[in-house]
Structure formats: structure tokens, C-alpha cells
Design a protein around this ligand. Structure first.
Ligand SMILES: CC(C)(COP(=O)(O)OP(=O)(O)OC[C@H]1O[C@@H](n2cnc3c(N)ncnc32)[C@H](O)[C@@H]1OP(=O)(O)O)[C@@H](O)C(=O)NCCC(=O)NCCS
Length: 194
């Protein structure tokens, strides 16, 4: 049995009431990535209500948030270059090759936010691989319900983060990049098969 419980922010809001939920959320701190912190504090509940993305809170035995991830789904283009035969086979299962620009068009599960709460145990109670396993558990349920098989995310071009997502356990593959005019940052796009 896992030491952690994953709860959909909307379900948690039902249980606790909005006021209590917000007080729980306000304890979330992520000094390494203030954008994620701001997202949790300001947008997570609102976005979930509006069905833009759904945030999942990972709770420890004391019902403290040790990490969060937010999920959505989105269309992506994956350039058809340098993939192994087995990857091409899987890509063709979940995506359509657009001959005009030689790229696969797919609808994919998006990990829109992903981070630990450094206010609890200094971020040491749950590690990133553990948080990714829990994310995968939820995505597997979604996959079981509606199918699909590509997961993607975007991360800043930081070696530690890129290494984390591409490590042996997580296995994400780089496929593109996107420049955001919203925050003037470059994001590296990574995907994997669920
Ligand atoms: C990504 C994450 C879940 C990985 O968890 P983990 O594997 O348990 O890793 P740690 O927290 O120990 O971090 C590993 C290293 O990456 C560094 N790192 C993590 N996030 C970073 C970030 N956003 N920017 C720069 N460095 C970062 C840490 O400082 C640490 O460096 P060190 O090895 O020199 O101590 C976790 O680091 C995290 O919550 N980071 C902040 C949120 C974030 O940036 N999420 C990714 C958004 S795409």
C-alpha cells in the first residue's frame, strides 16, 4: 500500500470545502520554480473548475500536500525524424503522419504542471520519480477509460530537469521546442508512450 494518496483537487474541494482547501494549498512552496508555486496558489482550483486542466494533489499520512501534478490533453506535432522502427510503429498507432510537413499529429496527455512541495520535509518525503509513478497511475486510468497513449510535457532548458525527465526510469524523449511570448522563455518538449 502506498504511503501517499492522490486526490483530484475538485474532489478534495468537495470534501474540505473551498476555504479549508485554499488554506491547504497556501502551504505549497516551490522555490525552485515559482511559476508552479503561483499556479498552485492562484490557478489550480479555478482551472480545474473550468476544466482547463485538472490538478492532482499527492498527500502524505498527515494529509499534507507533498507534490502536485496537473493534467490536460492537447494536440501536438512531432517531427518525423530519427525514430527507431518500434517508435514509428507506436507513433503510427496513436498519431497521424502529415505528409505535407513530415510530422505526426497527435492528441496527447499533457503533464501541464509537475512539482514537489518543498515546505514539507524540505521536499525530501517524495522524490521526483515517485511523483512521476503516481502521475502515471492516474494517466493509466484515463487511458483505460478513453484510450490514447502519448504523454508529453514542456520544460525549461535546464540540464537537471532535462536529465530527470530523460532518465532511465522516466524515459521521455525530446521532440521539439517552443518559445513562449507569454513569459519570454524557451521550453523543451518531451514525449513518451504510456
Ligand atoms: C522536478 C522534480 C519533481 C524532481 O524531483 P527529484 O528527482 O526528487 O529531484 P530534486 O528535488 O532532488 O532535484 C534534483 C536536482 O535538480 C535541481 N532542480 C530541480 N528543479 C529545478 C528547477 N526548476 N530549476 C533548476 N534546478 C532544478 C535541484 O536543485 C537538484 O539539484 P542538485 O542535484 O544539485 O541538488 C523536483 O525537483 C521539483 O519539484 N522541482 C521544482 C518544480 C519543477 O521545476 N518542476 C518541473 C517543471 S517542468
Amino acid at each position: 500500500v502506498s504511503r501517499y494518496k492522490i486526490i483530484n483537487i475538485l474532489d478534495w474541494c468537495e470534501i474540505l470545502g473551498e476555504k479549508e482547501l485554499i488554506s491547504k494549498i497556501n502551504d505549497f512552496s516551490c522555490p525552485l520554480n515559482r511559476e508552479i508555486e503561483q499556479f498552485v496558489l492562484n490557478n489550480a482550483l479555478d482551472f480545474a473548475k473550468r476544466k482547463l486542466s485538472i490538478t492532482y494533489c499527492v498527500l502524505n499520512m498527515n494529509r499534507e500536500i507533498v507534490g502536485i501534478f496537473a493534467l490536460a490533453h492537447k494536440a501536438i506535432d512531432i517531427e518525423n525524424s530519427g525514430f527507431s522502427n518500434s517508435k514509428v510503429k507506436k507513433l503510427s498507432r496513436y498519431a497521424t503522419l502529415d505528409a505535407d510537413n513530415n510530422s505526426y499529429k497527435a492528441s496527447a496527455f499533457l503533464i501541464a504542471q509537475f512539482g514537489k512541495n518543498y515546505a514539507v520535509d524540505d521536499g525530501h518525503s517524495l522524490n521526483g520519480n515517485g511523483l512521476m509513478d503516481l502521475t502515471k497511475d492516474v494517466l493509466k486510468e484515463v487511458q483505460h477509460a478513453i484510450g490514447g497513449g502519448i504523454v508529453y510535457l514542456e520544460c525549461e532548458e535546464k540540464p537537471k530537469l532535462l536529465e530527470f525527465y530523460q532518465n532511465e526510469q522516466n524515459g521521455f524523449i525530446r521532440f521539439g521546442e517552443r518559445y513562449s511570448t507569454e513569459d519570454n522563455k524557451k521550453y523543451i518538449q518531451l514525449f513518451k508512450f504510456l
